[in-house]
Structure formats: structure tokens, C-alpha cells
Design a protein. Structure first.
Length: 333
């Protein structure tokens, strides 16, 4: 198949450039700095005591939870170490620090990578709160139908609930008996919530503690949603009978976010969504180096390569969601 040869040719270019090599030094520094900053945040939390100044630390912890989650994502894709066991150790550890089931999230994320934006097989476009196709929107009933009508306006407010949703889905997954490492993850999650809630309500008054949790968890959810959504939302959705080779399936359904080192840091290099989907085990810092190679290769093969500025990506996302809800708004007029 021509498509298979195309991907093989691109893989050779990437391999010759040395971009599939591990970056042990990078991850050693990155993980160490994250852990030091995270621990330092908790030291500051206890030092500040019962004060509304803690809300600034709630913002800090929202960012730290995002950065720790990005490391868990890298570990799940075996970007850090060669062996699955070593990567999983990092993944479970980081999942425990933020209160997520690493195994459950990876099971869903692996399915997404296999079939991104596929109307039947991608779990990331099958969620109750958002309709990603007109067929999904029309099939909604009751309150969810009303939400689909105005989902472009509700998108960012809904992301504020993403952190809580991630916790709940992790707990629900662990209640099933088919999840690997279930007992260990149950201990990690129980330990996380016990330590987190004890620290918050030991130091803060009940009202301040509740507001601290709301600010922290809502901003973390917003951060996660704003980091993952630009990569695929608003890009073509593949139908049940639509067949593409691996290269085109990954490139045509993904979008990069243009930017410098600051964008790379903020989005955990998820702004290189095209390169990440083509080479999911590529170490995070190598994605920037692979980008010009992949883009030039796609141009030589006549494959559309999508990339735009950060704010423009959200424009595309909102335009798509608004268009999906249009038939419902017209029907109600």
C-alpha cells in the first residue's frame, strides 16, 4: 500500500535524525523540578495558614496538577523509559499525586490514539455533555438536548467541571474488577483524597477550604480541557466506512498549535499533536525538532497539515460546536 510506504519513509527520516532516542536527562530534570515545586507548594500552604491568600496557591496547584498529569501522559506513551514497567511506575505515581486512575485513563487514551476523531471508535468524542456530530446532537434528549443547542457558549464553563469529572471517572473505573493494578490504584486514590482533604481542612476553615478546593479543581479542569481540546476538536470526523492509512488518519484529524517554548511548556508539548500521534513514544522535547520534518514530508505528499495560533484553535473548536448545535436551534424556532 502507498500509504504504508509513506509512513515507513517518514519513519526512516525521523529515525535518521535521532528523534526516537530517549531523553533521560530531560525527564530527570523535569520530574525533579515538578516534585520540588509541588512539595514546596505544600510547605507554603502550611506556612500561610488559614488565609484567603491561599487562593493564589490554589491557582499554583491547578498548574502543578496539570504539569504532573502531562508527565503521566508521557509515561503512558513510553516516552520516558524503554520498558513498560518503568514507565508505568512513573505513571501510577503521578496519577496518585493528582488523584487519577492511570490505568483507566490510558485504556481510554489508547483507544483514542488508534482511531482519533472516529465517530464510532474514539471515546473522546463520545461524552454526554458535548455533541461532536449533528447525529449526536439530534439524538440528545431532555437537558442534554438543550445543552447541545448552546454548547459553544457552555464549552468553557463545562471545562471548569473537568477536574471533578476526571476524579469521578477514575473512581467509577476502580469499582470495576477488570482494571489492571486495581488494588494498588485504589490505595493510591484513597491516600490522595485522604491526604488532600485532611491538609485542606486541617489548615483552612470550612468555608475557605471549600472555596480553595473549588478554585483548585475548577482551574485544573479548565487547564486540562484547554490543553487537550485544540488537538482534535473541530477537525474532520471520520465516518464508520471511511478508511485511511495510518499516516493520513493521524495527520488529517490532528491540529498543531503554533508557538514557542512557553506554549510547549504550558501545553506539555500537546501543541505538537500531529507529531505526537504519528510517533506517540517520541520524547516530549523531540517533538519540536520533528515538526519541520513532518510538515515538509506532508507537503511533498500533498497531505493537508493543520497548524494555527493558540487562540485561533479555540475559535475553530467553538465554530464547530456551534455548527453541530445549529439544527436543534433551528428546530426550536
Amino acid at each position: 500500500m502507498v500509504g504504508s510506504r509513506d509512513y515507513g519513509e517518514l519513519s526512516q527520516l525521523i529515525r535518521k535524525a535521532g528523534l526516537l532516542r530517549r531523553r533521560y536527562g530531560y525527564y530527570a530534570v523535569k520530574i525533579s523540578l515538578n516534585v520540588i515545586a509541588f512539595a514546596g507548594g505544600w510547605v507554603a500552604f502550611f506556612k500561610v495558614g488559614d488565609s484567603w491568600w491561599q487562593l493564589f496557591l490554589a491557582v499554583f496547584f491547578a498548574v502543578m496538577f496539570g504539569q504532573l498529569s502531562f508527565i503521566g501522559h508521557d509515561a503512558g506513551h513510553k516516552q520516558i523509559f524503554r520498558t513498560g514497567r518503568a514507565n508505568d511506575a512513573i505513571g501510577f505515581w503521578h496519577g496518585g499525586m493528582v488523584g487519577l486512575s492511570y490505568a483507566s485513563w490510558m485504556a481510554q487514551h489508547t483507544r483514542h490514539h488508534a482511531n482519533p476523531n472516529h465517530e464510532d471508535d474514539d471515546p473522546d468524542i463520545h461524552i454526554p455533555a458535548i455533541a461532536f456530530t449533528t447525529e449526536q446532537a439530534v439524538a440528545r434528549r431532555g437537558f442534554f438536548r438543550w445543552m447541545a443547542k448552546y454548547q459553544a457558549f457552555l464549552f468553557f464553563p463545562l471545562l471548569l467541571l473537568e477536574g471533578f469529572s476526571l476524579h469521578v471517572s477514575s473512581i467509577n473505573a476502580l469499582l470495576r474488577k477488570d482494571l489492571r493494578s486495581r488494588r494498588m490504584e485504589m490505595c493510591l486514590l484513597v491516600g490522595h483524597f485522604a491526604a488532600y482533604l485532611t491538609a485542606v481542612f486541617l489548615v483552612l476553615s470550612p468555608l475557605t477550604g471549600v472555596i480553595f478546593i473549588l478554585v483548585h479543581q475548577c482551574l485544573w479542569g479548565l487547564y486540562m480541557g484547554c490543553s487537550f481540546a485544540p488537538g482534535h476538536k473541530g477537525m474532520p470526523i471520520l465516518g464508520a466506512g471511511q478508511k485511511l492509512d495510518f499516516l493520513r488518519k493521524q495527520v488529517l484529524t490532528s491540529r498543531n498549535v503554533r508557538g514557542g517554548v512557553w506554549v510547549d511548556f504550558t501545553l506539555g508539548a500537546l501543541n505538537y499533536q500531529v507529531e505526537h500521534h504519528l510517533f506517540p513514544s517520541m520524547a516530549r522535547p523531540n517533538l519540536r525538532l520533528a515538526q519541520p520534518i513532518v510538515r515538509a514530508f506532508c507537503a511533498s505528499k500533498g497531505i493537508e497539515y493543520s497548524q494555527c495560533g493558540w487562540l485561533r484553535t479555540y475559535g475553530y473548536v467553538l465554530q464547530h460546536l456551534h455548527a453541530v448545535g445549529a439544527p436543534l436551534r433551528l428546530a426550536s424556532n
